[in-house]
Design a protein around this ligand. Sequence first.
Ligand SMILES: [Zn+2]
Length: 376
Amino acid sequence: MNKFTKEVMSVGEMASGAKLTVPVYSFKSENNSAASVYIQANMHGAEVQGNAVIFQLLELLQHCDLRGNITLVPYANPVACNHKNGEYTLGRFDPITGVNWNRMYHFNQSMIQPFAEQYLDANEADIRDDFKRFLVTELDQKLAHNIWGITTGQRIAYQLQRLAHQADIVLDLHTGPISSKHLYCPEYAQASAEYFDIEHTILIDNDFGGAMDEATFCPWWSLQQAFEKLGRNFTMGKGAFKRESFTVELGSQEQIDLDVAKEDASSILAYLHSQGVIDNQQYQPKAMTRYACYLKDYKAIYSPMGGMVDYLAEFGKPLAAGEPLARILRMDNYGDGEALHNVSVDEDVIPILHFASASVNQGTELYKVFCNYFKL
Ligand SMILES: [Zn+2]
């Protein structure tokens, strides 16, 4: 049986002096021949299912044949996790600054070109090790040697990112509001999407927007592009350069389901088996039709009017152009106007998630849908 270690990482202090801490669980593989893995959950306060998935992963990994090191971090953001208002958890945005908690990670594009020039003729192992060290050192500088200080959210994000940069594979566990499962996958790692038991994949390119997945794969993708420009062949995802990061959206916020979490954990283990991190044949991806679209075709539909929404469209089912996604009830119009309005789009779509509340303002993001989708 594999043993794990548990540490408590300090990520900040509250006004009262109370420490903000995050639990960090680690499995160390004895032969450590495969890629290393970092998995975190609950960066957004209401997105709690990932904690249950990490519980199930900790249970299952104790009985796996481990080939690589695995670090697991539930409750990644203690501020967001405890950010309640009435019966609801908020915790998508830092309440002080209004910034999305998952847009505070760090990537310095300007360090790529000088590194590529300096390491143009270096061997692959040196490039991998030194580039990793470079990324971690940059965060250490920001955390410890920065005369201007950093925000509460950056302090949490950089500490997590420090752990993530040391791994080869990064999984950031989130959920939608009311949502189907879906996966954000870098375009170059598309082949890996078929190992997750997730029917919908959004393929993202090399644009850094501040999220954890981008913060951990963009530096490597950018390094590959810089090497290619300088005439050096350098392919990510092969041998020493296995670098993959995903945001795994596990369904809806504000709920955990331990049975579903076990299925989600098995799905993650099927992916880790495919990457050689564990050697356990019983974890295989399920046969299913997997749809994908590019990020530019993952569209939000905003409410054309205020009102009360009856969400009609089922997640994951292709919906023909013109078919109603939702109908909006306007009781103020009853008797002397139109009380019911259908919302539809003139394009074939697959609905993926919708807003969590039935009452919406004009302009509220009602649904997010796949357009121009294709089978993986
Ligand atoms: Zn999220």
